[in-house]
Design a protein around this ligand. Structure first.
Ligand code: AMP
Length: 186
């Protein structure tokens, strides 16, 4: 099962992607986690990524495409994966198509988690008090939501044209939302 999770910050995309990966025993690949890991190692990628992440901007496409083309070629990806937070731009989505062709893989579905703006801001501000993430402050949250609307939301139309979109309402109990997602994937 090869899946992509798309959703605005705070929609619960990471939580649900993890639960779906556990369900299907496939790899969970969060580019946010991968980049924060590079930051904690103080690697060259991490140092550069931090300058974008801290201001709520996207890290440049070539950095993500290079990193993900290496990662998706690893053996643990052969049985499938959930991509959480990647692709985030049309350029990344087109780059991913090339990567998938080279690896002889194809997407099964793109799960789009939907939630209203008010709900997202409340959740993120709450998460900010415990996550320790430098980008969970009200000002940066608003910026990340703007970036999502402008750069990532067009992906829904892109994948809609390939008939891959499964839209799921992201409000409710965590377990109920997982059920909703699983129901769209059968
Ligand atoms: P996330 O944990 O998915 O909310 O990602 C946190 C931050 O990492 C984002 O606000 C971006 O700055 C950066 N990031 C994560 N994934 C990507 C991506 N696919 N393309 C560009 N930047 C990304």
């Amino acid at each position: 099962m090869y899946l992509i999770f798309i959703g605005p910050p705070g929609a619960g995309k990471g939580t649900q992607a993890k639960r779906i990966c556990d369900h299907f025993s496939i790899v969970h690949l969060s580019t946010g986690v991968i980049l924060r890991d590079e930051i904690s190692k103080n690697s060259p990628i991490g140092k550069s990524a931090k300058t974008f992440i801290d201001v709520g901007q996207l890290v440049p496409d070539d950095v993500l495409l290079k990193k993900m083309s290496g990662r998706l070629a690893q053996n643990d990806c052969n049985n499938g994966y959930c991509l959480d937070g990647f692709p985030r731009t049309i350029t990344q989505a087109k780059g991913l198509e090339q990567i998938l062709t080279n690896l002889n893989q194809s997407l099964d579905a793109v799960v789009s988690i939907v939630a209203d703006e008010e709900e997202l801001i409340n959740r993120l501000v709450l998460r900010g008090s415990t996550s320790g993430r430098t980008d969970d402050t009200p000002e940066i949250i608003r910026q990340r939501l703007r970036v999502y609307r402008r750069q990532t939301e067009p992906l829904i139309e892109f994948y809609e044209q390939q008939n891959l979109i499964k839209a799921v309402e992201g409000v409710g109990k965590i377990t109920e939302i997982t059920e909703r997602i699983l129901n769209t994937l059968v």
